[in-house]
Design a protein around this ligand. Structure first.
Ligand code: MN
Length: 319
């Protein structure tokens, strides 16, 4: 069985690296740290390599051990978490491709099964929830630090139990993690509600730029590199801005275009309430994600990118 094989590989490996997708969200960072904590219980150490992530996740236990770069020599084992395909590992790709053995643990429904061993549960609302099941099977002890990481992943990927495939089981897992000592108040305050001043500046700009299409069902706004500079924004400061657009009356699909440095194009964040599968929209444009939250990268200036995205959304709406 895959789970037994995964454990076998972890036990065999002398050097292990843990990787997650680029622009990591709370679930990606928390999943990486959770696997690191669990591997320590097997009497091993693993390098967690995340080149850049939001300071909002620095409260997660173990984050001080996160490395920006991994070792020069190939790892015996690379473990990818919360990532649907090799391309999205971005900077971590080289460690993954040179590793002797590879494992991926994920919850994205569209997954390219890119590792030697793939453990993917698309029914789980967060990668951290997939991990809980694995850890239970392995008899990993859930201490306070591990519980905090696991709950942080679930809470951030579900927006505080609001979206994704939240089931009664999710609440049962959460209850257990709180019994194990997970710091729920701190998670909610720091990873969910906390806003930097730069974030508020970006919100202001986005409100001013909002445009509505398809009888108000589609709302689009954009942020340029100039805006980020003016707002003195750092990595992660635009987190949650697109969700705020989604909450506007009658909006079914929220779109935020974020200009990317060094390439003539925009990162596109898509959110949907119920009617439209934005994972399919993102796939039309070469990206991916979940039915309610997805992303892609589109080349062009604001107007061109807007037109391309709108076109893909219309195609999906008329399906
Ligand atoms: Mn996730």
């Amino acid at each position: 069985m895959t789970l037994d094989n995964i454990k076998e590989e972890i036990k065999k490996a002398k050097t292990i690296v843990i990787l997650c997708h680029e622009s990591p969200d709370g679930d990606a960072v928390a999943s990486s740290l959770s696997v690191m904590h669990a591997i320590k219980q097997f009497g091993k150490n693993a390098d967690v390599v995340i080149p850049e992530y939001s300071k909002d996740f620095k409260f997660l236990p173990g984050s001080e051990e996160i490395l920006q770069k991994g070792k020069d020599e190939p790892y015996d084992l690379a473990i990818s978490v919360d990532c649907s395909d090799l391309k999205r590992l971005a900077a971590g790709k080289e460690y993954f491709e040179t590793a002797k053995k590879t494992i991926e643990i994920d919850h994205h429904s569209v997954n390219s099964m890119f590792a030697d061993l793939n453990y993917v549960d698309p029914a789980a609302p967060a990668c951290c929830q997939v991990l809980i099941g694995m850890f239970e099977y392995y008899g990993v002890k859930i201490d306070k630090d591990l519980a905090t990481c696991l709950l942080a992943g679930i809470i951030t990927d579900t927006g505080g139990f609001q979206w994704g495939e939240v089931t009664p089981e999710t609440f049962e897992f959460a209850a257990e993690l709180i019994r194990d000592g997970a710091k729920i108040k701190e998670i909610c305050r720091r990873a969910l509600r906390h806003k930097s001043k730069a974030h508020c500046e970006l919100e202001k700009i986005v409100y001013e730029r909002l445009e509505f299409f398809e009888e108000g069902k589609v709302a689009i706004a954009y942020l340029t590199l100039e805006d980020y500079k003016k707002a003195e924004a750092e990595i992660g400061d635009d987190e949650g801005v697109v969700d705020m657009i989604k909450d506007i009356e009658e909006v079914e699909v929220a779109v935020l275009l974020k200009e990317k440095e060094g390439v003539a194009g925009f990162k596109v964040s898509l959110r949907s309430n119920d009617e439209v599968n934005v994972s399919d929209v993102a796939m039309l444009l070469g990206g991916g994600g979940h039915p309610g939250a997805a992303g892609c990268f589109v080349l062009g200036n604001v107007e061109q990118v807007k037109a391309k995205v709108l076109n893909a959304i219309k195609q999906e709406m008329n399906k």
